[in-house]
Ligand binder design. Structure first.
Ligand code: GLV
Ligand code: MN
Ligand code: MN
Length: 406
């Protein structure tokens, strides 16, 4: 699919070989790893090549300015990182479309009445440090710098260490009011991650809302031991408690209308086939329209885990890793965009986005491009060349209208 994906939006072909995951399929591009570093370099060169002034903010996000930075800037862009084994479009489509749309405006002789910028947000997927939308949360103050800097990746490196190694000063991380005050509107284009536009039969839509979503770690602890010498009656096996809990999670979510709960990752320690685990970490993603529903569902899952753990002579501990409440995008920008584009549909989504995080600090809006597979966070994610072109057209039209003609 990545072959097909690479040919969909011409600029995606330029980065099609960066971060391919030969084990999982698709792409694995994680904050400040080699793939992310190459993608950042590509973006800086590409943005400078079309005449934008590139700037790195204090939180790992990259800004490319057309005109002096702010105030009242019209900002577009998205992210370049991926989930493990993700698709080619989630994030990069918004970045390449932003560069294309801005370049078209520049080449056409358009003179914006306000500054325009293309942004790349850091660690939107939270695949390395576990917190979704890390760059936009730091920028907007949605996550305290001290908490963020202490986050560790799978090999135990802290975000502070990784930022320092990438040339950023961790002491300067955190809410950036000067930069926020430059943003008049952030408009993010993104591949659609569900079936809304397929069902409506149109290539482009605008966002209405983003489901609240969070991540939790359920840590089951027991007694590591020998798989052959430990009688079944003598075990304190956290894997049994974890498995029993996971088996119930889908039904607990189905009992609450519209709620979702997913376990996509389980880590057993020490992780030997002939070893009863001493510890099992179960990573839970849960979402719902009403934040209280998500909270209640997660509390119920925590109680279920505790009961299964007790039945096995183990313990279970529930820890929140990341939280973003449900966001309804403001009416004004959405109405202005629909006014410019004509009668494009407005769609809710269950996927998280930097635009939803930033909505707490600045006006934001989103455009979606149809994904004919309806699949995302997987290599089958797709958008046709025609629909990618329709997305760039829509973004250019929206930017032209929002930035005012001269
Ligand atoms: C990011 O795409 C998410 O929805 O978790
Ligand atoms: Mn994603
Ligand atoms: Mn995304």
């Amino acid at each position: 699919m990545t072959e097909t994906g690479a040919t969909s939006a011409p600029a995606l072909a330029e980065i099609a070989d960066i971060g391919r995951d030969t084990v999982r399929g698709g792409y694995s591009r994680h904050l400040f790893d080699e793939a992310d570093r190459q993608l950042r370099e590509w973006f800086v060169a590409r943005a400078a090549g079309i005449g934008l002034d590139v700037d790195h903010d204090r939180n790992g996000n990259i800004w490319a300015w057309w005109g002096p930075p702010g105030p009242g800037a019209l900002v577009t862009g998205s992210h370049l990182d991926s989930v493990p084994g993700g698709g080619a479009f989630d994030g990069p489509l918004g970045v390449v479309s932003a560069l294309d749309a801005v370049q078209r405006l520049m080449v056409s002789g358009f003179r914006p009445s306000r500054p325009v910028a293309v942004v790349v947000f850091a660690e939107e997927e939270g695949s390395r440090f576990g917190v979704a939308c890390l760059g936009s949360k730091l920028l907007s103050g949605g996550l305290a710098a001290g908490t963020a800097l202490a986050l560790t990746d799978a090999s135990g490196c802290t975000l502070a260490e990784v930022m320092a190694a990438a040339g950023l000063d961790p002491a300067r991380a955190g809410r950036d009011d000067a930069l926020l005050s430059r943003i008049g509107l952030f408009l993010e284009l993104h591949v659609e991650q569900g079936r809304g536009l397929i069902d409506l039969g149109v290539p482009v839509g605008v966002a209405s809302s983003v489901l609240g979503h969070g991540r939790w770690r359920l840590r089951f602890a027991g007694q590591g031991n020998h798989a052959g010498t430990t009688l079944m009656s003598d075990r304190r096996d956290p894997m049994v408690a974890a498995g029993a809990t996971i088996a119930q999670i889908a039904d607990l979510a189905r009992a609450r209308a519209g709620a979702r709960a997913t376990v996509g990752r389980v880590d057993a320690a020490p992780g030997g086939t002939n070893v009863i685990a001493s510890r099992v970490d179960v990573w839970l993603d849960s979402r719902a329209e009403e934040d209280e529903v998500t909270r209640a569902l997660v509390a119920e899952i925590g109680a279920t885990a505790a009961a299964h753990a007790a039945a096995q002579g183990c313990t279970a501990e529930l820890t929140e890793q990341s939280w973003s409440g449900t966001v309804h995008f403001p009416d004004g920008p959405r109405m202005a965009i629909r006014g410019a584009l004509g009668d494009v549909p407005a769609l809710p989504t269950g996927a998280g986005h930097d635009a939803a995080v930033l909505a707490a600090a600045v006006p934001t809006a989103m455009l979606y491009v149809r994904n004919p597979t309806g699949i995302s966070h997987a290599p089958e994610e797709f958008a046709s060349a025609e629909d990618c072109a329709a997305g760039v057209d829509a973004l250019e039209t929206a930017l032209r209208s929002l930035a005012g003609r001269s």
